[in-house]
Design a protein. Structure first.
Length: 174
């Protein structure tokens, strides 16, 4: 009987703790990764913009790419450029990387500081005489997601030191 009372008390305390902390949770951040603390909690505005711009392919850090590909049910295919930039094969999803590699004028999405008025991606594209459209979306902790669309020509990321700095790993920002 004593063991049952102790188990019941432990279960009751657990239930009280769950109920007490439920109100403290942030539903937008529930599935945020501790590996990328600057990724936006909602990417719905980015998806809407990409759809309005008729973007079907693009390059983006996996913390941006994977949720967008999932939410659009493969309607927008984004691939992580790191494997191409560092010549490490075709990444976690080779079919997506191949699709973006062979796409005409794929978009580019990257994290930039909110205070950075002329991000490195734009500087790099300007140096290569590429025209484009740009839009910023708020992310977290002083960062934005920079979305570059409608590039005037394809840009090679393969082994590019310029683009290695443009697409750093998410953990570099923290």
């Amino acid at each position: 009987m004593l063991v049952q009372a102790l188990l019941f008390t432990a279960l009751l305390l657990y239930l009280v703790a769950q109920v007490a902390t439920f109100g403290l949770t942030d539903p937008d951040a529930t599935f945020q990764s501790p590996s990328c603390l600057i990724a936006p909690t909602s990417n719905d505005a980015i998806i809407t913009y990409l759809q309005q711009e008729h973007v079907h392919y693009g390059w983006a850090d996996s913390w941006l790419a994977n949720p967008i590909v999932f939410k659009t049910n493969d309607g927008i295919i984004l691939a992580d450029p790191h494997s191409i930039i560092y010549r490490q094969g075709f990444g976690r999803l080779p079919a997506y990387t191949q699709a973006v590699l062979h796409a005409a004028h794929p978009a580019m999405l990257t994290f930039v500081r909110h205070s950075d008025t002329y991000p490195l991606l734009l500087h790099t594209l300007d140096n290569q005489h590429v025209t484009y459209h740009v839009r910023r979306f708020p992310a977290l902790r002083g960062y934005d997601v920079l979305v570059v669309t409608d590039l005037s020509r394809n840009v090679s990321l393969v082994g590019s030191r310029d683009f290695a700095a443009v697409f750093p790993y998410c953990s570099v920002y923290e």
